[in-house]
Design a protein. Sequence first.
Length: 283
Amino acid sequence: MSVNRCGEDNTDAQKQSGGSLSASASAPAPTDMDVDAKTHSHSFRYSLSFPSMGQCIIINNKNFDKRTGMNQRNGTDVDAGNAMKVFAKLGYKVKVYNDQTVEQMKQVLIAVSKEDHSSSASFVCVLLSHGDEGVFFGTDGSVELKYLTSLFRGDRCKSLVGKPKLFFIQACRGTDLDAGIETDSGEDGTTKIPVEADFLYAFSTAPGYYSWRNTMTGSWFIQSLCDMMNKYGKEMELQHIMTRVNHKVAVEFESVSNSFGFHAKKQIPCIVSMLTKEMYFTP
């Protein structure tokens, strides 16, 4: 097992007591809708027959208002830089937004969701910040993660209907710690689809748990994601790649911390898929 030797491992959690600002209202209940997606008949792969792979939006929050009680997220710039390179290499048009308030995050994603994505094959969003279960932090407070992702639902962003919408989220989802355990391991025309279809949410950690970030080399999850994307992004299907990301994070990382109770802890990412086809990044 390899262990981080440089820097200290921190968690991407909100302040443990107090300082938490209220989250935004949740989205309305989902409905289904008619779509006319550009796909090959009976294909089980998402079509890449578009002029562009699509946009990749990276929100990278490092510095927080003192009133939030949030610590600076050292190492996150490494994550943002690596993600930018990886997705640009895969053909995405990458835009990075640093230190965004809740309102700024909303405005960025609302604007993108209202753009015409007709010439795009997909959409990627990488979110890097502090968090808690169900919420994501801007520099001045929290917002429900569902509010941000639901902007791209089928009934709100028609030009991405039937296309993969991929969210990679580096943030804590609670305050539980994983101590680990030793092991001995020897389409046809117009059809109706749910508005929540064709999303993939790749969370850096399981529900309720801390998510680890090294101050020098970046978060375990984004390090592993970028490594596996670089190695297999042009040959393997996305969920197969994400299984390798899970393995790398689970096996190769263990926290090194001077804080009591935070040393020698583990982490496992959590992939939630509503994809309806296989996602490859090359035809």
